[in-house]
Design a protein around this ligand. Sequence first.
Ligand code: GDG
Length: 719
Amino acid sequence: MDGPIRIVSNRLPVTLQRVSGVLERKRSSGGLVSALEPVLTRRGGRWIGWPGLKLQPGESLSDADDPFEIVPVELSTNEVNRYYHGFSNATLWPLFHCFPSHARFEHRDWQVYDQVNARFAERAAEDTHDQEVIWIHDYQLTTAPLHLRRRVPEARIAFFLHIPFPPHDVFRMLPWNRDVLHGLLAADLIGFHVRGYAQNFLDCVQRVLSARVDLRSGLIEHGDRTVQVAAFPIGIDYQGFEQRATNTPSDSELRRQRIVLGVDRLDYTKGIPHRLRAFERLLELHPEHREDVVLLQVAVPSRDQVAEYQELKREIDELVGRINGRFATATWSPIRYLYRSVSQSRLSALYRDADVALVTPIRDGMNLVAKEYVASQVGDPGVLVLSQLAGASETMREAVIVNPLDRDGTAESIHRALTMEEPERRSRMVALQRREREHNVDQWVEGFLTAARTAAVKLAPVTDGDFEAWLGGFVADHRLALFLDYDGTLTPLRRHPSEAVLGPSMRAAVEACAAREDTDVTLISGRALSDIEKLVPVPGVTFAGNHGLEILGPDLAPFRHDDVAYYVGRLEKLAPRLEQVCIEGAWVEEKGASLTVHYREADEAQHEQFAQEIRALIQRAGFQARNAHCAVEARPPIGWDKGHAVLHILRARYGPAWSESVRTVYAGDDHTDEDAFRVLRGLGITFRIGPLDEQTSALRRLPNVDGVQALLEWLARRP
Ligand code: GDG
């Protein structure tokens, strides 16, 4: 499978710059481009991304002999500030690298970020073909999958995160954490560099969204969809680096010294100051390296408009100055510091000729420099000193592994690397090279795309074991008050409410629960009480209609909220006014104490404007307008909802101390059930039915009506 691919990433592989009014194309820097550009060059396809500046009329980004199509997404200055410098690099980057103190949280940044993500998705959706995977990359585009899914529901969407995914304790600090998860979960496959990040992600999805997750197989239940999560450690263009290292001539001046090499974008995650201090310590502890060894640090300018990066640059400048001032002699300086990027061939020569590579980030998704160094060791093998905090250390275990925050330990490890005998150096390097040669970038792309093209195995449906774990201890030896919504919970949502008829097996499950002497079942719905009574003709059940404004059930005094009478007449007058403005396919359902305007069958393009108009009319008539699934409800402004109704029933039936004698379980699929979920938080066990898109206060999720039936069958059978 070597066909063309479609890539969406923040940066294109080329960045444009205007120098004295003339447009110049430059290769973009960074790990993502290094990894993917050679692959797309070979396979062809389309790369969608930001070119780095605004094109003027008549200017083009493409070159006639580009091996693949380049599709620019242009950004305004404000968007670059908010989306790129702001939310991407000053919020997600520090937070995901576990530097929360560096993170800023600005609502406007988030809004622009999401808008820009929608724009990327719009371009990515153009000319999509069946079966073609759309591969979205990295933290700048976490909500693009959701925008794309809305435009092309059938698309195969895959996402890869190039940076770490943080543990829940850090991730939950993000005020938009749910939105980021919802954005990502629209993809079919979500890839990370290492298992640890995938596990963090699964844990966050489970805890933040109450989703059902299989940690072992990496599957997430998202309504009727299943999302696959897995680790795909990235590789490099091994042959390319090996060949360049073989063919590039030596720098004779450099060959005279022993070189310890650092190559990084100038970023606080890369631990450059720590590295400089460790090198200083080496010179203190092992003076024999003075006048013999040089630390050559290449720091590629990066994000230099963000304050944090400017400060870091100052810190490094000062450190280099201080250490050089302290140890330099007339003929030798311990640190050579290049604040610029070097050419590919020069980089290859540096890699090849360095005796030691110091790859010591404080946190790094993977780190390609470690791999590129290994591939370039075509002569006398050098030694890789690698941080245990880089993703790369998960596989590159033959490196000398260090904790970069341990200054003395790192200094000793550099010493060990500089004094390591040839047989050990070779043994380590051969093992490292074998792995990187085999797991190169082509293999990474192939493995990822194969997984992306393969539909995820469905997460096995909820089992009795799941219910036993969630509810077993809670309901044991207690009376059970079971609350069930109707539409979307006991029956799938239909185009018209009259089509939502209770299926025989679901009916049997409700009956079986209601027949138990220790279980009280309440049907709680937005429908009129008389309607819901007819739909669920099960003896012994309590009915709460109109979101609980009317309640009828055994051992309960019939309840109708006192204020309902006042509003019924007004609703009768409101109904014809709403009917008048109904567009084709929309209609009004009168329910006595409330009414609903349905528009599921109306032209989808008109949904939003129509709903807005209806909401305005309802509010002007003095009613509350509440959104439901393709419907707007007019409710009397009584301050009574499903939450109040649940509490009313529990108190009336079991007394004020009800929580001591009865266990409450509630299942619902709608916004209106959220009122009950909130009231029952900490008191009962609640289930929100449906996909994970909507926020919920429920404790758990069930994917669909089948999940509810399994729940009821388990409750009916419980000991
Ligand atoms: C992100 C993640 C993950 C550096 N200086 C020069 C130069 N480079 C090239 C290197 C390497 C790339 O830049 C840096 O890649 P890293 O992986 O080290 O780091 P990030 O840019 O932060 O990349 C990282 C990566 O994505 C891939 O998934 O590994 O964890 O943070 O390829 O060679 N290239 C040239 N001159 C330089 O001066 N030509």
